[in-house]
Structures are given as structure tokens and as C-alpha cells.
Design a protein around this ligand. Structure first.
Ligand code: PLP
Length: 394
């Protein structure tokens, strides 16, 4: 089919809830994707962090191929070794937690909201989340997402949510009482514009949760699996949360989500309280195990630190050249360029020149390269961005 034919097919048969760029992607390898018209595109936002170890990592591909011949899916009526092994690998990397598997970030967050409620005394139902957060699109996760434009059209939403400014200890303290079941936040807000929490803020939340018998829930759907320079974002802040949620890079491209909770809290999810039919799917778990092994074997966390520094340096050099760049922020390979004007046009022009990046909150360019990105690929991206910015006379 041609690009035009595919786009027409979408017009007729696929619901138009995304604003898509007019390209049809046919395949991907590492940090590159290829469209139907034969263009090779450097992808520094692979799968919105789903393809966090690059497109079609050979180890993940092989694990999926092998598992596909053995067992595609097994329901949770029985045990499988794969699900247990993936849970163990995650637990060993994060506070000895226990896992519940599902299929997406939103679903992992729904699980966390349910666990917070059922595990607190009196089944508290108040939740505090932070302005600019993003937690997903299902009803609970959408209500947790403190961006009114995303939930206003769907009012009435889930009751009990209170929103406070991010990194504001006073506001968090004021919002707290002993009716709070949980606080949910991202250690680094992704969609909110790559906003990094302060250590004092994270510690204050930990203390408030302890004092009021509430659960500290960290949404690590984007920050998890090593991109920030540690396995999980919370590990930068000298706190231990009660619950973390994962998805995106966890499956290396396969659809999987997980909630991990401290064992004593997790114990509240007794049979009959929660479930997911696809949760712990064999293909997804095999992909998850292969992803973690690849991250370790290829030292991708170390590479995220190294390449993060490298990209920050390069981008800071661009900042000296272009007044439109206000500053660069982030951690490891989660990088935001704060512009002084909207960035959509820059993203579109970069794509024309063979580079895929993202823009969020109108004025923040976002880079979330694969964790095995090479210095030469960052060089190439910065060069394209430089070209685009000089064209614009920025
Ligand atoms: C992407 C994302 C989600 C939602 O994940 P889905 O798989 O789309 O449901 C939730 N939280 C954060 C921080 C995310 O980046």
C-alpha cells in the first residue's frame, strides 16, 4: 500500500483520537525507524519510551520468538515460571517489592489506587496528585492526572482527588490529613515538561505519608527501567516508596505494565479484589526478562548516564547559540529543552530532516532516546536541531 492509501484507510476505519504525523512507519531497528516511502528517521523518542532499549532489540526479539513456540498465554488460574522470574528480577532491583502484572501504565496506576484504598485503615478514598502530572487515560488514572483540560470533558470524574503544585512542600502539607489514602506522583514529571522532584520534596512526602498512614505511590512508568541513570527514579532521592508503577520500557516493546508494592501492603490484594486477564502474559513476561537482561549485559544504565551528560553538554552549547532556548533540564536520558516560544514547528521541521523528537506543554522539546543510543546519534540529532533553529532565525 502507499502512504496515502494507509492514511485513507485510517480515515475510514480507525477512530481519530490521535493527531498523527503523515508518515507510515514500516519497520524499526535500534534508534532508527523507516517509513513506507523509504525515509530513514533517527528516533530519539522511540515509542514514547516503550522502545527504551531501541526498536527490535535482538535479545527481546529472540525471547519472543522462542516463547511463541512454547506457550503464548497462560491465565492466572495456574502458575508460570516466567511471571515469577520477572517479578523476582524487579523485586531484587526495587525494595524487595511484590508484583502485580497488567498491560499498561494506566492499568498499573489503577491497581495502585485500588491497593492504596484497600490497604489503608477505614478504606480511605482521598488521593493527592500534582499539577502537570500524567498518569494515564482510564477513569481513575485520568482523574489522578492533574491537568483539568484532560478530564473536564468527562465530568463527573472519580471523587476524592486533590491537586497540589509540584515540588511545593507547603501545599502538600496543607492538603494532607488522615483521610488521605495515597499520594501519587512521578519522580520526574514527563508529560508535565520534564520537571525533576527535589530530594526535600520526596522526603517530606515520605514523612507525611508515614504520619498519616497514607501510601506513597510513585508513577515510574516513564522514569523506571534505567533511563534516569538508576533502575528506578526514586533511587535518586534517598526515599523508599510504598508502591511503584511500571510499563513503557518494561517490555522492551511488548505490552506490559506492573505494580510493585511492599509485601505487607501488597497482602491486602487477596483473591477476588483485583485481576487482569492478560496480566503476566507469557510473551510479555519473556520480553520483560530479556529487556532487563539486555539492560544489564549491555550496561545501558551506565550508558544513559554517559550519554545523558553528553547530550546535556551538546544542548547547552546550542543554548549559547540560540536565544529561543531558555534552559535544559532532566536526568540521564530524560531530557527537556525549555523554549521561550512554542516548539511544535521545530518538531515538524526536524522530522522533515530525518529526526523524531517530541514537544510537550507547548514549549518543552523532549528527548527520550533509547538507553543504548550512541554518541554519533546524539551528534546527528543536535546537528539537525541546529540546522532547524538556524533556518528559523531563532
Ligand atoms: C505513559 C504514561 C502513563 C500511561 O501509560 P499507558 O500505557 O499509556 O496507559 C502513565 N504514567 C506516566 C508517567 C506515563 O509516562
Amino acid at each position: 500500500m502507499t502512504t496515502q492509501e494507509v492514511i485513507e484507510m485510517f480515515g475510514k476505519y480507525v477512530i481519530g483520537n490521535y493527531s498523527r504525523l503523515p508518515r507510515v512507519i514500516a519497520k524499526g531497528k535500534g534508534s532508527y525507524i523507516y517509513d513506507l516511502d523509504g525515509n530513514k528517521i533517527l528516533d530519539l523518542f522511540p515509542g514514547w519510551a516503550v522502545s527504551g532499549i531501541g526498536h527490535c532489540h535482538p535479545k527481546v526479539v529472540k525471547a519472543i520468538q522462542q516463547q511463541a513456540k512454547i506457550l503464548l498465554h497462560m491465565d492466572n488460574t495456574f502458575y508460570t515460571e516466567l511471571q515469577g522470574r520477572l517479578a523476582q528480577m524487579l523485586s531484587e532491583r526495587a525494595f524487595g517489592g511484590k508484583c502485580f502484572f497488567c498491560n499498561s501504565g494506566a492499568e498499573a496506576n489503577e491497581s495502585a489506587l485500588k491497593l492504596a484504598r484497600i490497604s489503608t485503615e477505614k478504606k480511605k478514598y482521598k488521593y493527592i496528585t500534582t499539577l502537570g502530572s500524567f498518569h494515564g487515560r482510564t477513569f481513575g488514572a485520568m482523574t489522578a492526572t492533574a491537568q483539568p483540560k484532560k478530564f473536564e470533558p468527562f465530568q463527573p470524574v472519580v471523587p476524592g482527588f486533590v491537586y497540589v503544585p509540584f515540588n511545593d512542600i507547603d501545599a502538600m502539607t496543607k492538603a494532607f490529613d488522615n483521610e488521605v489514602a495515597g499520594v501519587m506522583l512521578e519522580p520526574i514529571q514527563g508529560e508535565g515538561g520534564v520537571n525533576v522532584a527535589t530530594t526535600e520534596y520526596m522526603r517530606a512526602i515520605r514523612q507525611l505519608c508515614d504520619k498519616n498512614g497514607a501510601r506513597m505511590i510513585l508513577d515510574e512508568v516513564q522514569t523506571g527501567m534505567g533511563r534516569t541513570g538508576k533502575w528506578f527514579g526514586y533511587q535518586h532521592f534517598d526515599v523508599v516508596p510504598d508502591i511503584i508503577t511500571l510499563a513503557k520500557t518494561l517490555g522492551g516493546g511488548a505490552a506490559i505494565g506492573a505494580m510493585m508494592a511492599k509485601p505487607e501492603i501488597a497482602a491486602a490484594l487477596v483473591p477476588g479484589t483485583h485481576a487482569s486477564t492478560f496480566g503476566g502474559n507469557c510473551i510479555a513476561c519473556a520480553a520483560g526478562i530479556a529487556t532487563i537482561e539486555a539492560i544489564d549485559e549491555e550496561a545501558m544504565i551506565e550508558n544513559s548516564i554517559k550519554m545523558g551528560k553528553y547530550a546535556f553538554d551538546k544542548l547547552n552549547q546550542l543554548k549559547k547559540k540560540y536565544d529561543v532556548i531558555d534552559h535544559i533540564r532532566g536526568k540521564g536520558l530524560m531530557i527537556g529543552i525549555q523554549l521561550k516560544s512554542p516548539g511544535a514547528d521545530i518538531v515538524a521541521k526536524c522530522l522533515e530532516k530525518g529526526l523524531r523528537i517530541n514537544c510537550t506543554q507547548d514549549t518543552v522539546l523532549r528527548f527520550m532516546p533509547a538507553m543504548n543510543v550512541k554518541a554519533s546519534e546524539i551528534d546527528k540529532a543536535v546537528k539537525i536541531l541546529d540546522n532547524v533553529m538556524s533556518d528559523k532565525g531563532a
